[in-house]
Design a protein. Structure first.
Length: 102
């Protein structure tokens, strides 16, 4: 099971209505090979799918989601691995320090 937020669900429903394919998400044999041509066309360099997991984890933590929930969403067995994935943006760190003056 993959939990989706309302926006992701709406996008997938729209995709299905446009393609008429309710059996698969994108109708491709390999997501990596399909993305390859898109990345070349967009001139994206050094892309790694694992970076999406890092971004997802970091955004969740910065949104205030507790680490154990992030751990479960990423499928990690322990919190140590989750901590490797959760990077805070500099502005998030600055906002945390700014709370001291409040």
């Amino acid at each position: 099971m993959v939990p989706l937020n309302a926006e992701a669900l709406a996008v997938l429903k729209q995709w299905a209505s446009q393609t008429g394919d309710a059996g698969s998400v994108f109708g491709v044999a390999s997501v990596k090979s399909s993305w390859g041509s898109l990345l070349i066309a967009a001139k994206v360099q050094n892309f790694r799918f694992n970076g999406l997991r890092h971004h997802f984890a970091s955004r969740l933590v910065m949104a205030g989601v507790d680490l154990n929930t992030v751990r479960e969403l990423l499928g990690h067995a322990d919190l140590t691995m989750t901590l490797r994935y959760s990077h805070l943006a500099p502005e998030h760190l600055a906002a945390a320090v700014a709370r001291l003056t409040a």
